[in-house]
Design a protein around this ligand. Sequence first.
Ligand code: RB5
Length: 141
Amino acid sequence: MKVAIGCDHGGLDLKDIVKSVLKELGHEIDDQGCNSSESVDYPNFAKAVSLLVKDGKCERGILICGTGIGMSMAANRIPGIRAALCHEMFSARMSREHNDANVLCLGARVIGQGLAAETVRTWMTTDFAGGRHQRRIEMFK
Ligand code: RB5
C-alpha cells in the first residue's frame, strides 16, 4: 500500500528506521520530509501527510516528532483522520482493529528504535475489525 510519512527534526533518525520497515513489508513510501536536523514546525508535516491520507492519495500515514503528541493533535484536526499515538504493540493493534487508525504517530524521544519498528510492523499488518467498531468511528463525524 502507499504510505505517507513525515517527521520534524526530533523524528528524523527514527523516520529512516520506519522507512526500512515499510520497504521490508513491500510498501510504497511518500516521504513528505523533513530531511535535515534543522528545527522545523511539526504541524506543517502533520498537515501534509494527513491531507494525502484524507484525499485518498495514500492509504495510511506515519508521523514522528519528539513525543508524537504534537503530531497526533495536529493530524486529528483534519476531518477523516484517525491518528493514534502508539508506543507498543497492543495499542498499535487495537488502534487498527477497533479504531481503524489511518495515521500512526510515534515519539522518537519516547521509544527505542527496536520497539518502534515492531510497533510499526504490528500497525501495518493489522486489519480493522469492522462491525460495531464501524458504527462507533462513524460517530466521530
Ligand atoms: C520539538 O522540539 C518538539 O516539540 C516536537 O518534536 C514534538 O515533541 C511536539 O509534540
